[in-house]
Write a protein that binds this ligand. Structure first.
Ligand SMILES: Nc1ncnc2c1ncn2[C@@H]1O[C@H](COP(=O)(O)OP(=O)(O)OP(=O)(O)O)[C@@H](O)[C@H]1O
Length: 575
């Protein structure tokens, strides 16, 4: 899958997954606003203090007044200090809450997302999840409070006009310059943020692919090729990030320069006004201090716009993910208390996204509860795809897959899969212990059940010998285990809780003949009376089934009692 469609599909939309947590934290943001408002008012106090000292205390040598003023100012400074700490604290709290809620929603979406609508590769998806950091940085940043400072610009300018008259003109003239610089650079910033995000996702893709299969990458000598991809991704990401930062710095630099120009303008104008006795020295000093307060929030806004741009792009991308359809029905899903295990496929056709050929075509098949069916067929004939459809991992484009007479799409997918013990071809283990891998978080699987299924699958043969073996953390998701051992743990997980339906896809492909024979002997009584779909290339495993379906290029080529089909296949080979 390419990363490009993900970027192209990006749209800006109302995002309830973000707005709702924000609204839930509005109380905290109101506290932030109150603290910011107080801080702004205190800032004016310090300029008025300076004015009073210059105009009243120094000419009159009124040191007692200075003491009083200083005490007053000290109190203001202490309040200001506490409020600034509180502001950071509240912003952090709101940011952490939003990060937690959005992260939780996003992970749930990831788990419920329809696999045929998966937007992008594994690397892209992990990269997208990382964009949560951009969101958290934004919502937990003090820059956000710059929005609250903006209305105070008007109050500051009004105070300046009162104290210094025309001294308000230099900052007034500079404000449009800062605003225009922000507005002009913003579209480019948006574009560059999107490019930088896309390049970042490409980098992440190469990284995840390489780290996930480091052993294979080394063994087959794919390091050079992946290295070249990594360097190319690094280069383009570095370039787009650099352009993004440079563009972001334009507006901020303009704001800083505007601040200096306005300050100089005030001093130059002020000297003339003092000479004409229009204002006092104190008023000039107070205005020069207030000038910074009038322009600083705008510089912060330029900074905020840069962050906002990156955040908006991250939001759009996360929105693309949140917009992907979820598994399960649109209405209330069915939550069966138990399943008998009847499976029926009626005229099923299925094509993987972007695949040229159908993986399954015109499949009609009925499996009674407790029936044990083996699936044979050449590589790529559609056996695993059939299993995926029964598990509800993919939906057919034509026809219907039913379990116990109900369309699989009507079930709650998680609930349905609790009744299907699946051991798929790739025996992926989860980080944690063997116990975690067999029992997952299921409360219905106790220690005895775990030992029972571990004995059945052969796991107990190698784990039972180690003291506390079941609780030992697996190194790197089972890297320290052999392929056959991992397969045996996957089988134990599938058997746990005696699900009425079992789906085994090449369950013994990594096992030696003896291990496989022992496994079959143990499984034979276990699978009695349960529906089993057994996909295999190994004739020995067919002892477990009494019916065989032969698949050929996505269609059913033969279906019947085991021995008859096997005889037919043998005759076909001999002919
Ligand atoms: N995730 C996928 N995306 C796109 N095409 C796929 C995907 N998985 C399988 N296919 C294609 O669907 C067809 C059927 O694949 P499937 O895995 O069902 O075959 P199989 O009979 O289980 O093969 P094998 O015996 O090798 O496991 C193949 O042509 C394959 O290329």
């Amino acid at each position: 899958m390419t990363d490009q469609p993900l970027i192209a599909a990006a749209r800006q939309r109302f995002a309830p997954w973000l707005i709702e947590p924000m609204l839930r934290n509005r109380g905290t943001y109101i506290k932030v606003a109150a603290a910011a408002a107080m801080i702004n008012l205190f800032a004016m106090v310090s300029s008025l203090f300076t004015m009073t000292v210059y105009d009243r205390v120094i000419p009159n040598d009124a040191s007692s007044s200075l003491v009083g003023l200083s005490i007053g100012l000290a109190i203001v400074v202490i309040f200001d200090f506490v409020l600034r700490l509180l502001r950071v604290y509240f912003v952090d709290i709101a940011g952490a809450n939003i990060d937690y809620e959005v992260g939780d929603t996003l992970f749930a979406k990831l788990l419920s997302m329809r696999l045929d609508r998966r937007p992008g590769s594994t690397g892209t998806l992990t990269g997208l999840m990382r964009e949560l950091e951009t969101l958290r940085d934004f919502f937990a940043s003090a820059t956000l409070t710059a929005i609250i400072d903006v209305p105070f610009v008007i109050i500051t300018l009004a105070v300046m006009a009162m104290l210094g008259g025309i001294l308000v003109l230099p900052p007034l003239a500079m404000i449009p310059v800062v605003v225009v610089a922000g507005l002009i650079t913003n579209p480019a910033l948006d574009r560059l943020s999107a490019a930088s995000l896309g390049d970042g996702l490409r980098k992440q893709s190469v990284l995840v692919e390489t780290v996930g299969s480091l052993e294979t990458v080394k063994a087959i000598g794919a390091g050079g090729m992946l290295g070249a991809r990594w360097r190319s991704a690094l280069k383009s990401h570095a370039q787009s990030s650099l352009s993004q930062r440079l563009t972001a710095s334009i507006a901020m630099t303009v704001a800083n320069s505007a601040n200096i120009i306005a300050y100089c303008g005030i001093i130059i104008l002020g000297v003339g006004l003092i000479r004409d006795n229009s204002i006092t020295t104190g008023a000039l000093l107070a205005c020069s201090i207030l000038c910074g307060r009038a322009i600083a929030p705008l510089a912060q806004i330029a900074n905020l716009l840069a962050r906002l741009s990156a955040t908006r792009i991250a939001c759009r991308q996360i929105n693309t993910l949140m917009d992907t359809p979820s598994e399960g029905p649109a209405g209330e899903p069915l939550q069966p208390a138990q399943l008998l295990g009847a499976i029926e496929l009626r005229n099923v056709a299925f094509r993987y996204p972007r695949a040229a050929e159908k993986a399954l075509d015109q499949i009609s098949l009925s499996i009674a509860p407790g029936e044990r069916v083996g699936f044979l067929g050449r590589v790529g004939s559609g056996k695993s795809t059939l299993a995926r459809l029964i598990l509800g991992l993919y939906e057919p484009q034509e026809g219907v897959v039913m379990i116990d007479g109900t369309d699989v799409r009507q079930f709650d997918p998680g609930r349905l899969r609790r009744f299907i013990g699946a051991a798929m071809q790739d025996n992926v283990l989860i980080a944690g212990s063997v116990r975690d891998n067999i029992c997952l978080d299921r409360t219905d699987i106790d220690h005895d059940e775990m030992i029972r299924v571990a004995s059945l699958s052969g796991t107990h043969g190698f784990m039972g010998k180690i003291v506390n073996g079941y609780d030992l953390k697996l190194t790197d998701r089972g890297e320290g285990l052999s392929g056959g051992q991992r397969q045996s743990i996957s089988l134990a997980r599938a058997l746990a809780g005696r699900p009425p339906i079992l789906v085994f896809d090449e369950p013994s492909s990594a096992m030696d003949i003896q291990t496989e024979t022992d496994l079959i002997d143990r499984l034979q009584p276990e699978v009695e009376g349960r529906t089993i779909l057994l996909i295999t290339h190994r004739p020995s495993l067919l002892r477990l089934v009494d019916r065989i379906v032969v698949m050929e290029q996505g269609r059913i080529a033969a279906d019947g009692p085991r021995d008859i089909i096997l005889q037919r296949l043998t005759r076909g080979k001999a002919a």
